[in-house]
Design a protein around this ligand. Structure first.
Ligand SMILES: Nc1ncnc2c1ncn2[C@@H]1O[C@H](COP(=O)(O)OP(=O)(O)OP(=O)(O)O)[C@@H](O)[C@H]1O
Length: 347
């Protein structure tokens, strides 16, 4: 069964650009789908629409077969939503906050304490449960947010940017909990992220969102394979480029397409190919260039990465897209809070 169906959803804010433009995606039950895109791509807008916190301008969303616009109460029972930004009031303890959320979700009074204890233990927050939320580290706060979204045991979870701004070890910690949740409970998960490694580490399937549109979607391995092979990068002294061209034209390399060539200010030139069997091609190239007395400064073979996939479908690297977003004021620099957006309560 399809757990989430987003069907041609668009959103235009009253003051602002079109945040989503006819976005469609599906998440199967038990699947982990990552919506990957730079800041401003429309990820939060999409997550909030699925979580019934925002109405789309066009299109429809179905959750476990229910139209979210028509059955909001039902949907909130099925769905756990972890929004961006800390949700717990700083002057509440973790336990007090979870008790409040459990009440809002209608968790039976007789089960509240046990569920809170179970979640705090699982998320390694048990000793901190009685401490004020303002004393929590970023990673602890994120785990408390996750606990709040899981109190009513939803089969579908939407996690908006699980680890933005966290250090690598806290990030890995959250990833492990997410993997465990999916493995042990079979939870369906739709997460948004602007981290390539996060999408690579967690997702069964990726949806690349760029400027409000789906650029491409598919399994990470299939998307990488579709690029046509490995990247092979050769570095030679720029003065020897004519000799390299001659060696390549000597007839040995009919099966190798023309490289992209980039001269660098340090007097070296890089030639780059995308080739099906990169390591074998690199060995052949090295041998031929040695034969032509070219001094090879380096030859590198890279398996295609998700960034190559992003670049192939959006025309720029994710890093470049992030930098553009920061320059246009759409994104805070890494590590800083997101200005102008109040904390939201888990639905
Ligand atoms: N309330 C709003 N009013 C007007 N424009 C908005 C509003 N919220 C978001 N936008 C705009 O919609 C676009 C998509 O924003 P959104 O927050 O969904 O992107 P995002 O991919 O989640 O980015 P981030 O990772 O920074 O949250 C951006 O251009 C943003 O400026």
């Amino acid at each position: 069964m399809l757990a989430v169906v987003v069907d041609q959803v668009s959103k235009a804010y009253r003051r602002g650009a079109r945040a989503l433009d006819s976005v469609s995606l599906e998440v199967e039950e038990g699947e982990v789908v990552a919506v990957l895109g730079p800041n401003g791509a429309g990820k939060t807008t999409l997550a909030r629409i699925i979580a019934t916190l925002l109405a789309p301008t066009g299109g429809r969303v179905f959750l476990m077969g229910r139209d979210v616009a028509r059955s909001q109460a039902d949907v909130r029972r099925i769905l756990g939503y972890v929004p961006q930004g800390a949700t717990a009031p700083p002057e509440s303890t973790g336990e007090e906050y979870l008790a409040m959320v459990a009440t809002l979700h209608g968790v039976p009074a007789s089960e509240r304490r046990a569920r809170i204890r179970e979640l705090l233990r699982w998320l390694e927050l048990a000793p901190a449960g009685s401490h004020l939320a303002r004393t929590y580290s970023g990673g602890m706060r994120r785990r408390l947010d996750l606990a709040a979204a899981l109190l009513h045991r939803p089969p579908v979870l939407i996690f908006d940017e699980p680890t933005t701004g966290l250090d690598p070890s806290s990030r890995r910690h959250i990833w492990n909990h997410i993997k465990e949740l999916v493995r042990q409970n079979g939870t369906t998960l739709l997460l948004t992220t602007h981290y390539l490694e996060e999408a690579d580490a967690l997702a069964d399937r990726l949806v690349i969102l760029d400027r409000g549109k789906v650029a491409v979607s598919g399994r990470p391995e299939a998307l990488k394979a579709a690029l046509g092979g490995d990247r092979v990068r050769l570095a030679v002294p720029s003065a020897q480029l004519p000799a390299v061209r001659e060696a390549l034209a000597a007839g040995w390399f009919d099966d190798i397409p023309a490289p992209t060539i980039r001269g660098l200010p340090d007097g070296t030139t890089q030639l780059e190919w995308t080739l099906p069997a990169g390591a074998r091609a690199a060995a052949r190239l090295t041998e031929a260039l040695h034969g032509a007395a070219v001094s090879v400064l380096g030859i590198f073979v890279y398996p295609p990465s998700l960034d190559d996939v992003f670049q192939a479908h959006t025309g720029r690297t994710l890093q470049e897209a992030q930098e553009q977003a920061i320059a246009s004021g759409m994104a805070p620099e890494e590590g800083r809070g997101k200005a102008g957006r109040p904390p939201q309560r888990a639905a």
